[in-house]
Design a protein around this ligand. Structure first.
Ligand code: LMR
Length: 394
């Protein structure tokens, strides 16, 4: 029977990660997968994470199962971090998931269970795995206009026009902050406009928030999610701790289903627990416990937030440095968008041949759509990248 299997298309981001590892050159630069690296090229375990792990190691007396939804203290802590007090706790169903990807997957499954004919509107472009999972689940997707390839900002008129073609019950998947892969984000006035369309057409909002704290700050990056969650009737939020807590391999995520009444919330909670049971039973606990320990301890939380802020500011510094260097070398302002974008990524909008040239001739690895991971740079590699970008003629 297994001879019937067909090879599946490789995930572009992960394939690039492999190619980078196999490249024997010393001078190579990895701007591919979305993993933060410090100036030494290391993805460090955050100080507060180490301290929380030490505490857990000393104090934990059992590794017996938690609950299907994970530890409720984790959901409470994460809801506080993401939504603050913008939505009554009684209207939020939540489950721990294996990473943000697990949260997206469970959200899509929940949508499909509730309405098999729902279409999911995703930004063009979006994180490729959104489309891959939706296709795998046999769900219909519609791409809405998002990125203006001239300005490298949001094509907001195009976006609204496309969203207006959605029908009641369709889902609109939005990136809560730090849009992946473009780095171009909506402002709050634009979020209001999007919510207006969602409410007028009876759409369901879904927010993927994987980079809280990487854009304009922990509170600032949650503003859109809070606004949407408190302004629509129903909303799903898939959150990841991979990046902002640096716990990538611990697979630490949360899915929230928000409604406007307690009865529906109880059904949502039971449905999410059911979906966890079908897919992997109990969600992973270690990363979630680390995150809970940090968020519920004033000193650890303050230290974590301070370290995250250092990470955010270093990425902003790298953005500015790269934009300045490109301006100097190209004699034009056309790369100014790099300093305006937020989060880990910027999309250059370079042709695939040029991306290929950067890899082959300069050992610079970025995703084929010309998404570059700003956090893969440092003060030494910024000028090298800028020169290569100008040399290949981006
Ligand atoms: C990325 O976009 O590079 C990250 O979210 C990592 C991944 O799983 O693709």
């Amino acid at each position: 029977m297994f001879e019937n299997l067909k090879p599946q298309p490789a995930d572009k981001i992960l394939a690039l990660m492999q190619m980078y590892r196999e490249d024997p050159r010393d001078q190579k630069i990895d701007l591919g997968v979305g993993v933060y690296k410090n100036a030494e090229g290391i993805t460090p375990v955050m100080r507060a994470v180490k301290a929380a792990e030490q505490r857990i190691w000393q104090e934990q007396e059992t590794k017996a199962y938690t609950g299907l939804a994970g530890d409720p203290a984790y959901a409470d802590a994460m809801i506080g971090l993401i939504l603050g007090t913008s939505v009554p706790r009684g209207n939020i169903a939540a489950v721990a998931t294996p990473g943000g990807t697990g949260a997206c997957r469970q959200a899509f499954e929940m949508i499909r269970m509730a309405n098999p004919s729902a279409r999911v509107f995703v930004s063009n472009p979006t994180w490729p795995n959104h489309l891959s999972i939706l296709n795998y689940l046999g769900m219909e997707t519609v791409q809405y206009c998002y990125f203006n390839s001239e300005t490298r900002g949001v094509d907001f008129d195009g976006m609204i026009a496309d969203l207006k073609t959605a029908k009641a019950g369709d889902v609109v998947l939005l990136h809560g902050c730090c849009h992946n892969p473009t780095g171009a984000n909506l402002n709050m006035v634009q979020w209001q406009e999007v919510v207006k369309v969602i409410n007028e057409l009876g759409l369901v909002a879904m927010i993927d928030i994987a980079y809280q704290g990487f854009g304009d700050g922990l509170e600032e990056d949650a503003q859109a999610a809070r606004f949407v969650a408190s302004s629509v009737k129903r909303c799903l939020i898939a959150a990841s701790c991979s990046k902002n807590f640096g716990v990538y391999r611990e697979r630490t995520g949360l899915l929230m289903a928000i409604s406007d009444n307690a009865e529906e919330t109880a059904l949502n909670q039971a449905t999410l627990a059911f979906l966890n049971r079908q897919n992997y039973s109990f969600p992973p606990d270690h990363g979630a416990r680390v995150v809970t320990t940090i968020l519920n301890d004033n000193a650890l939380r303050a230290d974590w937030a301070a370290e995250l802020e250092e990470v955010r500011l270093s990425m902003l510094g790298l953005r500015q440095h790269l934009a300045d260097e490109l301006q100097r070398l190209s004699g034009s302002d056309r790369f100014g968008f790099i300093a305006q974008h937020r989060g880990m990524f910027s999309r250059l909008e370079a042709a695939p041949e040029l991306v290929e040239k950067l890899r082959v001739e300069h050992g610079i690895y970025m995703v084929g759509d010309s998404r570059l991971n700003i956090a893969g740079l440092n003060a030494t590699t910024v000028p090298i990248l800028a020169k290569a970008i100008v040399d290949v003629g981006v």
